[in-house]
Design a protein around this ligand. Structure first.
Ligand code: PMP
Ligand code: GLN
Length: 383
């Protein structure tokens, strides 16, 4: 393994899912739903396969039907309409979108600012691009993890090339407010920075929190690369259909990297996701309501079991503090949890450079059937 990747090893998601399989524990670690997405969308994939749509290399930027559906979806929800031909790129999941964006836009030695805790592929993708990651730590404040805007401003140097942000935020569940996004946008304009914004949980916000795409703020459309994914919104994480929307220049740059990573993304699923994006608004509101109920169930259960709970405003994860239970090392806690009570969770410390800062926090996923969540809560109460 080369020096750029040596620090990364096996991702925590693979490690903890393997532990769940080998111990038979309930897997609230890796974030994937235990119920597949809509039947209608699955049928659309079957139809595409059967009718021979997408069984051979689809066009590099993605099939036109999907690019148009992505553009229309953004118009319907956010009032922005990327040009389907020049401003949309289909990728192999958000993971490839992140890697291709960084490989395309970062020069070796450039600094990339990312919120900490950060999704694990950010660090690896920055490293692959030869960049230097500069974490800005989100800190607990009145029940949620918040950004310190002064710290963010102070992190920008003449070497800073881009900000890599994520809202709704995995693993904390924080949803950036309009005021926070406005401050980020002003900083980006002032210091002439690009922003890559990972919005894969755009449809999963709760308690009236509103997802605001950074690209909708003044001056941002031309300098923002927005990333989405069908995995989260439609519960098909195995399909690996994601996308990038941005200016024609930035999309062309990202496509230059993507063409040598995967060339194209799997064809038939693209047709199915095009149909999914056109589902009526009720699909998205029902999905959000379902996830709200699951969040409430798990958050209440974890609190009853004695965890400190950061009630998420978005995503399908709850971050907890294990110190009220008498523990302080999330790694050791998560490694022992399957043996102790038959549940798997993720230690947030893996998402930090400052591992001390992340040590007492542990993440649980709630994208599971209610009976599974109830079973898990029952087990955690035995801790
Ligand atoms: N970004 C975030 C914040 C995620 O949580 C995930 C995965 N769950 C991804 C990107 C990767 O998405 P995909 O499965 O579409 O590659
Ligand atoms: N994004 C999912 C999570 O945060 C998992 C994705 C993965 O396994 N790479 O749990």
């Amino acid at each position: 393994l080369n020096r750029r990747l040596a620090e990364f090893g096996t991702t925590i998601f693979a490690e903890m899912s393997a532990l769940a399989v080998s111990t038979g524990a309930i897997n609230l670690g890796q974030g994937f739903p235990d119920t597949d997405g809509p039947e209608h969308v699955r049928e659309a994939a079957v139809r595409a396969l059967r009718d021979g749509r997408g069984n051979q290399y689809p066009p590099g930027p993605g099939v036109p039907e999907l690019r148009t559906a992505i553009a229309e979806h953004q118009k319907r929800r956010y009032g922005i309409e990327p040009d389907a031909d020049r401003e949309v790129l289909v990728t192999a999941g958000a993971t490839e979108a992140i890697a291709a964006s960084l490989l395309a836009l970062v020069e070796p030695g450039d600094e990339v600012i990312a919120f900490e805790p950060y999704y694990d592929s950010y660090a690896a993708s920055i490293a692959l691009a030869g960049g230097t990651r500069v974490p800005v730590t989100l800190r607990p404040h009145e029940g949620s993890f918040r950004l310190d805007l002064d710290e963010l401003r102070a992190a920008v140097t003449p070497r800073t090339r881009l900000l890599l942000i994520n809202t709704p935020h995995n693993p904390t569940g924080t949803v950036l407010t309009r005021a926070e996004l406005t401050a980020i946008a002003e900083l980006a304009v002032e210091r002439d920075l690009l922003v890559v914004t990972d919005e894969v949980y755009e449809h999963l916000t709760y308690d009236g929190a509103e997802h605001i795409p950074l690209a909708t703020l003044p001056g941002m459309r031309e300098r923002t690369v927005t990333i989405g994914s069908a995995g989260k919104t439609f519960s098909f994480t195995g399909w690996k259909v994601g996308w990038v929307t941005s200016s024609p220049e930035l999309v062309t740059a990202v496509r230059s990297a993507k063409q040598f990573l995967t060339y194209v993304s799997a064809g038939p699923f693209q047709y199915a996701v095009a149909e999914a994006l056109a589902l009526p608004d009720s699909y998205f509101s029902d999905f959000r309501a379902e996830m709200t109920a699951k969040r409430d169930l798990l958050a209440a259960g974890l609190a009853d079991a004695g965890f400190g709970v950061f009630r998420p405003q978005g995503t399908y994860f709850v971050t907890t503090d294990i110190r009220p239970l008498g523990f302080d090392d999330g790694f050791a806690f998560c490694r022992a949890l399957p043996e102790r009570c038959g549940v798997v969770a993720i230690p947030n410390a893996v998402f930090y450079d400052d591992r001390e800062a992340g040590a007492p926090f542990v993440r649980f996923a709630f994208c599971k059937r209610e009976a599974v969540l109830e079973d898990a809560v029952g087990r955690l109460k035995q801790l």
